[in-house]
Design a binder for this molecule. Sequence first.
Ligand SMILES: Cc1ncc(COP(=O)(O)O)c(C=O)c1O
Length: 387
Amino acid sequence: MIDKNNKQFTRKPDSVVVHGYQGCDPLTGAVSFPIYQTSTYRNPGLNSGIKYSYSRCDNPTRYELECTVALLEGGVAGFAFASGLAAVTATFSLLKSGEHVVISDDIYGGSYRQIEEIWKSFGVEFTYVDVGDIEAIKAAVRPNTRMVYLESPTNPMMKVADIAAIADIAKDCGALLVVDNTFLTPYYQKPIALGADIVIHSGTKFLAGHHDTTAGFVVVNSEALEERMGLILRTEGSGLSPFDSWLLLRGIKTLALRMKKHQENALLVADFLKNHPAVENVYYVGLPEHPSYEVSKRQTTGFGGMISFTIKDVSKVEQVLCGGDMIMFAESLGGTATLITYPQTQTHASIPAEIRHRIGITDRLIRLSVGIEDAEDIITDLKKMLG
Ligand SMILES: Cc1ncc(COP(=O)(O)O)c(C=O)c1O
């Protein structure tokens, strides 16, 4: 559990990201938090009750990172995993066979695959709903509903969930509300303050920020959940390594600067795309015409750097994806470089075509993770790609 008396609580997010939880290593004073590259720790005595005994369970570098992310999210405790999907696994591990989850119908394809291929076979039940539709969420709740799970904005359709309203529904039925905060990060959105019980992340994305590692996070809002999630991490053995924890600590130091630049560039790029004759629709939560613009303004402090758009002519898809000089056709998002992705065959390939098409993931949908390069260079490249 993070210490509520930590002086970081009095500071602004731009300072918290730089200094992390402890500011420096308490043992040595090292300003760059050390990588405790050890699997085990000398035990000073029988029944000594030491915090660190074995690195699968606890490691000082990972602990500093976990507390930093918990602090940023406003949670009671944080847990760092080897990937975002490992964090998703740990979250669904809170459930038992016969329990039910109301879940967004627009989620990362890998999370969908995990549900369909693993959790359903263990007897956990799921109902997919449009999280923009409050009545549909209420209608999906059953007596055995134990969790409501959503991404906001969703990947890739950029739908926005009214988190506070959904938290009320979850509370009424005794279910946990889980919010995947990968796209906006705690810099722009704090789901726990809006009523969520658990926040998860693909830390591979904006938190790490440099395309150099995979990571995942779970942040919880109660001591009971902290205890259970700690047991799950230690027992499933999916905690983040010391070196990767250090990469994340280093990435987070510039989170504030990067998120501001991602957003500044994304606003310009969204404006360019919506006026381009080859583009049909632009999905960016920062555009006033986005259907949930007002909800976003109310519950977040920014719109982030993720844009999806459709092109009019499907025969141009390959040119748009691969025709860039600087912009790379690649999976993933949230790093320094602008990446262009084709959800249909990449991130959302595991979702059956019929469901994909119903939610809007068609052969003309393209996702753009706007990087922190010069906006003019990004737009020059996009002009060439769109033809
Ligand atoms: C919203 C979201 N959640 C979770 C994940 C899974 O994260 P990872 O790829 O780090 O396992 C992703 C991956 O793209 C994602 O976009």
